[in-house]
Design a protein around this ligand. Structure first.
Ligand SMILES: Cc1cc2nc3c(=O)[nH]c(=O)nc-3n(C[C@H](O)[C@H](O)[C@H](O)COP(=O)(O)OP(=O)(O)OC[C@H]3O[C@@H](n4cnc5c(N)ncnc54)[C@H](O)[C@@H]3O)c2cc1C
Length: 374
């Protein structure tokens, strides 16, 4: 069986689904999204939904520009999705508090914020206790970024899937794309385990699996590796914390109903999604150190996801040189939930051939990247 689409999207994560919605809103009619499993159940489901980089000062400059653009797009993006889905994604401004043990600890991030003009406040102990009464008094430096948003990402994914269906986007589940259909130097669709699907344009947004598909289909290297991250969920009632709390790479994310997500780990373990006891132990110790009362809260769940990471931590967005009919959108590493709307916007302008809002050259698919190091 062979069918014709305007755009075929490989991968129903936040990147693929957001792109489908924006392409449809831009007037593209026949869109097919194909996933190897259930849509929205890989990294995009596993993530935390913090709509800010954890370490903004450690990333290359162009990442800040893409993050800022996406943060600007988020309120309208959510409004559109929620109107179509008719339920809330719990997109909220909860603020973010960074915790340090000495005055040097957070100096770099303060310098970064001052340079970029992003608002923050240094809190003294009394102010910190007023905003977050359950916070441990052990931290001597407390930095408050009041404007940071979060989204409850499993709900966002569910809403994106519903929005796609309301917009008439076709969604194919449990059907892995084996390879892209290539004729000369043009991609003409995809071959899945069940059928060939022909499309004018194809978007490769298969997260950590994107490199495999690229290499198999075009014999071209696309350096994307899976970086394993574990998360825990505990229940607090009444809700114990209000803001996202970050210390030494670990974070606590409060959901509106009192659930608290504890994250996360970083491992280069290939495509295995196991959860290790040592990681659980480390995450729990870090969480209890930040908010001691968590020790008495109810344990709920542990899981792991695979972040699609490029060696330079920038996503790949655009057309590979010399290949027609293909747009790549992957490698979003720790920031894909934040970067969903700006990536979808860039994918849409690439496919429509319109001027992009941002200069997309830093994210070029064929840019020179170093060898991968965690
Ligand atoms: C523990 C953890 C915490 C995180 N926290 C945050 C955070 O707080 N904020 C933030 O912004 N980001 C966060 N991230 C990062 C973010 O989740 C990812 O960058 C983002 O989800 C990547 O989206 P994606 O659509 O590219 O990939 P995915 O969500 O992995 O989607 C790719 C899709 O492609 C499909 N696919 C793969 N191979 C094939 C194939 N052969 N055929 C068809 N379909 C295929 C997969 O099944 C999957 O559904 C976190 C990630 C993890 C793991």
């Amino acid at each position: 069986m062979s069918q014709a689409y305007d755009v075929i999207i490989v991968g129903a994560g936040v990147v693929g689904l957001s792109s489908a919605v924006m392409l449809r809103q831009a007037g593209i009619k026949r869109i097919l999204v194909v996933d190897k499993g259930a849509p929205g159940r890989e990294a995009s489901w596993a993530g935390g939904g913090i709509l800010s980089p954890i370490h903004p000062h450690k990333y290359p400059g162009p990442l800040a520009a893409l993050c800022a653009r996406s943060a600007t797009l988020y309120p309208k993006f959510i409004k559109d999705i929620e109107e179509l889905a008719a339920f809330s994604t719990e997109f909220r401004s909860t603020g973010l508090i960074r915790l340090g043990q000495n005055s040097d600890d957070l100096a770099e991030i303060q310098a970064f914020h001052s340079k970029h003009g992003t608002p923050f406040r240094v809190l003294d102990k009394a102010e910190a206790k007023e905003i977050e009464p359950a916070l441990s008094p052990d931290f001597s430096t407390v930095l408050y970024e009041a404007d940071i948003n979060q989204v409850r990402n499993p709900r966002l994914l569910k809403a994106l899937i519903t929005a796609c269906s309301r917009l008439g986007v076709e969604l194919l589940s449990d059907d892995p794309v084996e390879r892209l259909l290539v004729s000369g130097d043009t991609v003409e669709g995809v071959q899945t385990t069940r059928a060939a699907y022909h499309g004018e344009e194809t978007v490769l947004s298969a997260g950590a699996w994107s490199g495999r598909i690229m290499e198999r289909s075009l014999r071209r290297s696309l350096k994307v590796v899976p970086i394993h991250g574990e998360m825990l969920r505990v229940e607090t009632f009444p809700p114990l914390i209000k803001a996202i709390l970050i210390h030494d790479g670990h974070y606590l994310i409060p959901r509106a109903d009192g659930q608290v997500i504890i994250g996360s780990t970083l491992h280069d373990w290939g495509f295995d999604k196991k959860v290790c006891l040592e990681s659980v132990q480390g995450l729990l110790a870090a969480a209890i150190r930040i908010v001691p009362a968590l020790a008495h809260c109810e344990w709920k769940q542990a899981w792991a996801g695979l972040r699609p990471a490029s060696p330079d931590r920038l996503p790949y967005i655009g057309r590979p040189v010399g290949i027609a009919g293909l747009t790549v959108a992957t490698g979003h590493y720790r920031n894909g939930l934040l970067l969903g709307p700006a990536t979808a916007e860039a994918v849409t302008s690439t496919i429509l051939g319109t001027d992009p809002t941002l200069d997309l050259s830093p994210y070029a698919v064929d840019r020179k990247v170093p060898e991968f190091r965690l």
